[in-house]
Design a protein. Structure first.
Length: 198
């Protein structure tokens, strides 16, 4: 029984070979098996799925960047008198949240996108009769950089959490104009006191 031939009357099982090889890495792919069959439709579906996942990863990263820039712009304009204290506080919390999440989202996007690209480029190798499926699977497993995300994710969360705790809180005032006048008045009397005591 050859690879992908299947037994008469039995349904063919279409498998994602890279994931299958990662889960069952001890399987000897040099031996014929009826469980492995890659058809043209399976190849097309696999490629379409990988392209879709790459698009989702990139779209998510772009969304985070746009939201961060929008809130950053709002924070720069928050000194307007018509802005309420609650609005200023919410914008500041949004910016802090995106500062924490963005590096994690960026790492997730990079690691998974690179892995998806390797998987996408390997589809042709699996349907090539001259390819050594065992070696191809091992190469794909070595190129799976999502492991870096799994390892670095908790470390980044811990680092970002402690950094946020140590960062001094930003104080907002309801009347920034009055606060500015108060500061200018205090500075004036300090300078006057220094001149009189010379």
């Amino acid at each position: 029984m050859g690879v992908g031939t299947g037994s008469p009357g039995s349904p063919r099982l279409i498998l994602n070979l890279p994931i299958f090889g990662w889960v069952f890495g001890s399987i000897n792919y040099n031996q014929p098996t009826s469980l492995v069959a890659i058809t043209d439709s399976a190849q097309t579906a696999g490629a379409t799925g990988l392209k879709s996942m790459i698009a989702v990863e990139l779209a998510g990263l772009v969304t985070f960047v746009v939201l961060f820039l929008v809130n950053l712009k709002k924070r720069k304009a928050e000194s307007r008198l018509e802005a309420s204290l609650a609005y200023k506080y919410q914008v500041q919390e949004n910016v802090i949240g995106y500062e924490v999440i963005f590096p994690i989202a960026f790492l997730h996007c990079i690691s998974y996108t690179i892995t998806y690209i390797f998987l996408l480029s390997s589809i042709g190798l699996f349907i090539n009769k001259n390819s050594d499926i065992a070696n191809v699977t091992k190469i794909i497993m070595m190129c799976d950089v999502t492991v870096a995300y799994v390892i670095l994710f908790p470390l980044m969360v811990i680092y970002k959490t402690f950094r946020k705790i140590r960062r001094p809180a930003r104080v907002f005032t309801r009347e920034p104009k009055d606060q500015q006048i108060k500061n200018n008045t205090e500075n004036y009397f300090i300078m006057l006191n220094q001149q009189l005591n010379k």
